[in-house]
Design a protein around this ligand. Structure first.
Ligand code: ARG
Length: 566
């Protein structure tokens, strides 16, 4: 049941407003003891020609005369009317809703008929999947999950960085110093090695750079050998990426890298020109954006260098043609803010009405003690290493806490990886994430392991209590204040999911999960669940089952597994 709506409908005839007008003003007081919902009467003073406290008192009285069964009390406190729900009626309503809709609790087809394209993760070929892409990958995946959950038709695209001058350099390096077998075996490691060597040698012999450029031009003209080697570099890189994606449980509908748009770039430049936007600047073709407070957007370079913005414009046009998107979402580090603002402005200036559906979703960096995204020795941190370390540390914790756990390896992965993901998703995405193993692996902190642990604990109680999914229970037996707190957070959960979708902010879900876990642990510490009285036990198990369901649903939306024991 939608209580704010029911309240608005009950208030409407009493205050000369429509339910729709009232709805946005209904608040949730910060402390449930002060009221479960509140309505401020300030706005009514003018129309009703009375002081707000007087209106509040009168309306509260009238509401109570025709009191619906779910409403326990309506009280005026100054200019506010505070509403108190009947705990038992509320418990029965919320629990039945969760226990019957289960993994779909809150999914009402909000996005039915709407298409969303999601562009995320998108590492750069021949470079390791490093920690800089963790944010794009896990924030992107969470938003993908959330929109899919709400019934949007989501197409996920991995916009691999698979084109540019670096491939010319790699080809030169491979032909001079590469060993096929070794690179086959070592993949990106081997490619990095010859790439580094290229730069060392090019410092001594700059003509190598000309050779590399020549290869890029050849590839652009369809050179078979060049393209064969390029394809090999892409495939080698994908091996590492796919190993990670598989472990992370991430599937893309399309791996469609930058090169996919190569043959569309001239057409896009011609179209921009024909629309009178293209201008000459230092030998390059640009769109001037000073009227929009931005430096020019580079469309064509004279030196054949990369055309990152032009590819993005081509990709957007192509995606709109193909997927008719209502929203096309891009998740990248905030250092790319200007890039996205520029090319999206160009698409708007080109007159495409759907430009409004293009959204850049930036996020902050990792902060280590000694600087961003690097280890003490200044090296980039590989995602594979980072995850392995998280899993190893988790394995040790499990070894200490629960050495007889049957599937330790799987759980260590789920909890270790989950800790990393949750840590990244727990704050507003634009904030930098401070990296601390101790913090993120704390089973008692505001962490992934804490939520997972609470879920596992609920599973174990349900198992011990012989919960068979029987939804026949007496809700008046879960009407304590602490139970109400849990249920209120569960009731609010679907709204939080919608809010997190609207704001592209998974942290809203992550925080709600922690709040639910904390509230449940308070309830649990004050009320034994497996009591002798069968009726009480049944009602408490129903509450436990709802908590388990919501924690699992929420973790899944965030891309984190919910092990049944840990
Ligand atoms: N490959 C880019 C990078 O690693 C991210 C690509 C983001 N997507 C896009 N359509 N530009 O920085």
């Amino acid at each position: 049941m939608n209580y704010t709506k029911a309240l608005a409908e009950a208030l409407a005839p009493l205050i000369e407003l429509t339910a729709e007008e009232i709805l946005p003003s209904i608040e949730a007081p910060p402390d449930a003891r002060l009221g479960h919902f509140a309505y401020p009467c300030f706005r009514l003073a003018k129309t009703l020609k009375k002081a707000p406290p007087m209106i509040a008192a009168e309306v509260a009285g009238k509401i109570m005369e025709a009191r619906p069964a779910w409403l326990r009390d309506a009280k005026a406190t100054g200019p506010y009317i505070n509403f108190f729900l009947d705990h038992a009626a509320f418990a029965g309503d919320v629990l039945k809703d969760v226990l019957s809709s289960r993994e779909n609790f809150g999914a009402k087809g909000q996005g039915a008929g709407k298409n969303v394209v999601m562009d995320y993760s998108s590492p750069n070929v021949a470079k390791h999947f490093h920690v800089g892409h963790l944010g794009s990958t896990v924030i992107g995946k969470a938003i993908d999950n959330i929109y899919s959950f709400l019934g949007y038709n989501v197409t996920s695209i991995n916009h691999l960085g698979d084109w540019g001058t670096q491939f010319g350099k790699l080809i030169v390096a491979y032909k001079k110093w590469g060993n096929h077998e070794e690179i086959e075996k070592t993949e990106i490691e081997g490619l990095t090695k010859i790439y580094v060597r290229f730069h060392e040698e090019a410092d001594k012999d700059p003509s190598l750079n000309d050779e590399a450029r020549a290869w890029v031009v050849k590839m652009q003209n369809g050179d078979e050998e060049g393209l064969r080697l390029w394809k090999w570099f892409v495939d080698l890189s994908l091996r590492e990426y796919n190993r990670l994606y598989e472990k992370m449980g991430i599937n893309f509908d399309l791996f469609r890298g930058e090169s996919y748009y190569n043959n569309m770039l001239d057409g896009v430049a011609a179209e921009i020109d024909q629309k009178g936007l293209l201008e000459e600047s230092d030998g390059a073709k640009v769109v001037f954006l000073e009227d929009h407070g931005m430096p020019p957007c580079l469309i064509l370079r004279s030196d054949g260098g990369t055309l990152y913005p032009t590819r993005d414009i081509a990709a957007a046009i192509n995606r709109h043609q193909e997927f008719k998107f209502d929203l096309c979402l891009y998740v990248t580090g905030q250092e790319q803010k200007l890039h996205f603002a520029q090319w999206m402005k160009v698409v708007e200036l080109m007159g495409y009405p759907w430009a409004g559906g293009l959204v850049h979703i930036p996020y902050g960096m990792y902060r280590f003690e000694d600087g961003a995204m690097s280890t003490r020795r200044g090296q980039v941190i590989k995602m594979e290493d980072l995850i392995n370390e998280a899993v190893a540390k988790t394995r040790n914790i499990i070894e200490e806490r629960n050495p007889s756990l049957p599937n330790k390896e799987e759980v260590a992965w789920q909890v270790g990886y989950g800790a990393l993901v949750f840590n990244k998703l727990y704050n507003s995405r634009i904030k930098d994430t401070v990296f601390s193993w101790e913090h993120m692996l704390n089973f008692e902190g505001e962490t992934g392991p804490y939520v997972q642990y609470t879920h596992a604990r609920a599973c174990s109680v349900l198992e011990k209590g012989g919960w068979g999914g029987n939804v026949d229970f007496d809700p008046s037996l879960v009407a304590e204040d602490e139970a109400f707190d849990v249920l209120r957070l569960i009731y609010d959960f679907p709204g939080k999911v919608e809010e997190s979708a609207a704001k592209y902010e998974p942290f809203i879900i992550a925080r709600q999960l922690v709040a639910i876990a904390q509230a449940f642990n308070v309830y649990y510490s004050k009320n034994m669940i497996l009591v002798d009285d069968a009726k009480t036990r049944q009602a408490r198990l129903a509450l436990t089952c709802a908590v388990r369901q919501i924690l699992k649903n929420g973790l899944q939306l965030l891309g984190i597994a919910a092990p049944v024991a840990m």
